[in-house]
Design a protein around this ligand. Structure first.
Ligand code: BES
Ligand code: MN
Ligand code: ZN
Length: 495
């Protein structure tokens, strides 16, 4: 996949397909649309007059040119002119890729005017993101073509504009979306092909390719460090646990780092508290937080962001077996607190407890974790926002803002002490579940016990990390969420 930026006149550019945004309210072609009208023998005017092209977001008209330059034009409705924001640009670019796919084209071009709305840079970034995300597909495990006949993958996208600013954004958006696509690829691999040790190998590869220092703790090292919560979750599985640490030294030496932690549970069967079989295959996605941290670290390195950033991915399986941790067992943690395991399916918070305690030892300026942690967040917020909770209101606000900019939004839930009572244990310092009420909040309360004084926030991405792929730039499966959000937050801190 390649995304390029060119300063060029749309009508001069040789391309099989040129996509243009057409907002609502246009009754006759002017400016660039008038040129396209000329190049297509008056077809734009006919499309407008027929009512086929009213600029609604469902409108999509493909016209064929009779002159030099683009062979085809895709005129895509983009709704109210005032609402062509970065998310609409992402969708516009993605729809252009879908048109190219349907026509069997490997290349296409997008025309983006320099803008007076959001800055040109943001527009260019959003366009590159939308196009790059849309063109991704997970095919590595298919050996034969499926029913629909020969398939074309879009491999080359040119973004054209009259503004150089757009070009800077295109580069950034491409790097970020490629990183999110990496996260989607890792997410899509099933449990037998994305074990903790394979994830660690991927981390080493990313580190070597992009200049990140990578350290991996195996089980002997986890034991030596005292990370007994990760080991407890892993003890029912033949696959060994790992703790993966990636480091980007983009800031001044000695500056406190930003720490990103991602849950890397490569398959969550629930353990002895076994999950019901229906849909259990989706629990291969329980490493989505870890995948997003790996992706974000790749983008942070490639963009050479001026900050010290540490990415931490605790990784394990959660399976039932004769050696598995049992309800009622009391386990030790790195932070020194003991935990009574009431439900072995509340395992994410256990591996995160050790990873957060380890992250806190780095004295971070701030620490953010992301995890497919609770089914409850799907009930509360559905598939359109992650839950965000933490001990620092400013940090939470930064994440909400980064969510708006990146199109990966999050919404706050309270983390009041009142909820902590639900975690009191008769035998240990805490128990790992707080009952039915406020499941997302009590899970975050549990995590908060392991971060000490560190400014910290938690993103519960169980409803957003993967799904049906309803947005035009996504597909059914891994969504890479919150790779873009994490990178947007770090970029905000770095500049
Ligand atoms: N990985 C699951 C959470 C999850 C649920 C992710 C649905 C994606 C979709 C997590 O480990 C889990 O099992 N959580 C339990 C916690 C409960 C036992 C307190 C849950 O949410 O049911
Ligand atoms: Mn679970
Ligand atoms: Zn889980």
């Amino acid at each position: 996949m390649q995304v390029r930026f060119l300063v060029s006149e749309a009508l001069q550019h040789d391309t099989p397909l040129m996509a243009l945004a057409v907002p609502e309210g246009i009754t006759e072609p002017s400016g660039l649309l008038a040129d396209v009208d000329d190049a297509t023998g008056g077809a734009v005017l006919r499309a407008l007059e027929s009512g086929d092209l009213k600029g609604r977001t469902k409108d999509e008209v493909v016209l064929y040119a009779s002159s030099q330059g683009p062979e085809r034009f895709a005129l895509l409705g983009t709704g109210e002119p005032g609402r062509f924001d970065t998310e609409q640009v992402r969708r516009f670019a993605a729809r252009a890729v879908r048109v190219a796919e349907r026509l069997g084209l490997e290349r296409l071009s997008l025309w983006l005017p320099g803008s007076d709305g959001p800055g040109g840079r943001e527009l260019g970034q959003a366009a590159a993101e939308g196009a790059t995300l849309a063109a991704w597909r997970f095919t590595e495990l298919k050996n034969t073509e499926s029913g629909e006949g020969p398939r074309t993958d879009v491999g080359e996208i040119d973004v054209l504009s009259d503004s150089e600013d757009v070009g800077e954004g295109v580069h950034v958006g491409y790097v970020i979306a490629e990183a999110e696509n990496l996260a989607r690829t890792l997410q899509s691999r099933p449990g037998n092909r994305a074990t903790p040790s394979l994830l660690a190998e991927e981390a080493h590869r990313i580190g070597t390719e992009h200049g990140l220092a990578v350290t991996v703790f195996d089980e002997a090292r986890l034991r030596a460090e005292g990370m007994h919560a990760i080991l407890a979750v892993s003890q029912g599985s033949k696959e060994e646990a790992r703790l993966i640490v990636l480091e980007h030294a983009g800031g001044n030496e000695g500056d406190p780092p930003l720490v990103l932690v991602g849950k890397g549970l490569t398959f969550d069967a629930g353990g002895i508290s076994l999950k019901p079989p229906s849909g259990m295959e989706d629990m291969k996605f329980d490493m989505s937080g870890g995948a997003a941290v790996l992706g974000a670290m790749q983008a942070i390195a490639k963009l050479r962001l001026q900050a010290n950033v540490v990415g931490i991915v605790p990784s394990s399986e959660n399976l039932p077996s004769g050696t598995a941790v049992k309800p009622g067992d009391v386990i030790d943690t790195l932070a020194g607190k003991t935990v009574e395991v009431i439900n072995t399916d509340a395992e994410g918070r256990l591996i995160l407890a050790d990873a957060l305690a380890y992250g806190a030892r780095r004295n971070p300026a701030a620490m953010v974790d992301c995890a497919t942690l609770t089914g409850a967040v799907v009930i509360g917020l559905g598939h359109h926002a992650a839950g965000v909770l933490g001990n620092d209101e400013e940090l939470i606000q930064e994440l909400r803002d980064a969510g708006e900019r990146s199109g990966e939004r999050c919404w706050p839930l309270p983390l009041w002490d009142d909820y902590k009572k639900q975690l009191e244990s008769d035998t240990a310092d805490l128990k790992n579940v707080g009952g039915r009420p406020a499941g997302t909040i009590t899970a975050a309360c549990f995590l908060s016990e392991f971060v000490g004084e560190t400014p910290w926030a938690h993103l519960d991405v169980a409803g957003t990390a993967y799904g049906e792929g309803k947005q035009p730039y996504l597909r059914k499966g891994g969504h890479g969420f919150p790779t873009r959000l994490l990178v947007a937050w770090v970029r905000g801190r770095a500049s």
